[in-house]
Design a protein around this ligand. Structure first.
Ligand code: SF4
Length: 318
């Protein structure tokens, strides 16, 4: 039986205690794939305000980008960061006796703002009580050397620093079809640069994207392993209601993958994964009414158990 290096095991070995991620969502952050800088509407599976006519005028009007000069909402954002962190910390401490945390900037593109705003938010996150570091979810075409230089200093001071890049596929025709707005060449360039700065890189990959074969999915996974990323998150493609993918699905142009097929590809991917890469996620779902299909993605807890069992049968302990 091979024990997979999960993020829990990685942190426990490194810090001697369990470390929990505290997800943060800061108002004003968006994505260049949504605001029209690169594209409009976002990735075809992304539920965002392009599909939410009820969003308030204020929310719509305050959106950051790389050229924002003044940020009158910075203080509110810092307070929001602190209060979200405290809330999650209290909850996790009560439920799991959690003592150490990673501040996870999760929603949208968390490097898509002027450096002064980013620095203020990251500085604050690094200082939060019992936070050992941060993890930043972003796109490879939205990160700058300035940000990487700053994060390297923090890493050299002993902080835990991760950057999470949404990659999804290594095939440019797929990236174009799903409206990612960047190429695989850009992804490779910035993964390599981020690693040159000595920062931890986590990549997200999706199995079941339109027009992709099993071979393509496994090739995507293999290339990311060959780039020596530090961690991988694997997701099945599911369809939520207010997305462009929902229209494709309703018009019969897209059929989601079965759970059986997903688990089969997941096991094959894990079989080719080097033992020192952290496998941070093996499935994902939406446990509410916004899920349109497939139905097996409605219960993330049951999904995780099925994925763990499939891996166990193949000799892997997740
Ligand atoms: S990159 Fe992320 S936030 Fe931006 S459109 Fe795609 S899924 Fe949505």
């Amino acid at each position: 039986m091979q024990e997979i290096l999960t993020i829990g095991r990685y942190f426990k070995r490194k810090f001697g205690v369990k470390v929990y991620k505290a997800p943060i969502s800061i108002m004003g952050f968006t994505c260049p794939n949504i605001d029209g800088t690169i594209a409009k509407g976002g990735c075809i599976y992304c539920e965002n305000e392009s599909f939410s006519p009820n969003i308030s005028k204020e929310q719509r009007s305050f959106k950051l980008n790389l050229h924002t000069k003044d940020n009158p909402h910075l203080n509110s954002q810092l307070l929001q960061l602190e209060s979200q962190y405290k809330k999650t910390k209290t909850k996790l401490a009560k439920k799991f006796n959690a003592k150490k945390f990673i501040v996870y900037f999760q929603s949208f593109t968390n490097t898509y703002a002027p450096f002064s705003t980013l620095k203020a938010l990251y500085d604050k996150a690094f200082e939060l009580e019992d936070a050992i570091g941060i993890s930043i979810g972003t796109r490879s075409d939205c990160v700058s050397e300035e940000v990487l230089r700053y994060l390297k200093i923090k890493k050299d001071e002993g902080k835990e620093v991760w950057i999470e890049y949404g990659v999804q596929s290594i095939y440019n025709q797929t990236l174009e079809y799903i409206n990612r707005g960047h190429t695989i060449e850009n992804v490779i360039e910035w993964i390599e640069k981020t690693k040159e700065y000595g920062l931890n890189v986590c990549v997200h990959v999706i199995f079941g994207l339109p027009n992709e074969t099993e071979e393509m999915m496994l090739n995507s996974f293999k290339l990311l392993c060959d780039l020596h990323v530090n961690s991988i998150k694997i997701h099945p493609l599911y369809i939520t209601k207010n997305t462009r993918l929902a229209n494709e699905y309703k018009s019969g142009n897209f059929t989601p993958m079965s759970e059986e097929k997903y688990l089969d590809i997941l096991v094959k991917a894990v079989q080719m994964m080097p033992k020192d890469i952290v496998l941070q996620r093996i499935t994902a779902g939406v446990p509410n009414d916004s899920l349109l299909a497939p139905k097996w993605c409605y219960e993330p807890h049951a999904q995780k158990n099925s994925a763990k069992n499939a891996l166990l049968k193949a000799g892997f302990l997740y």
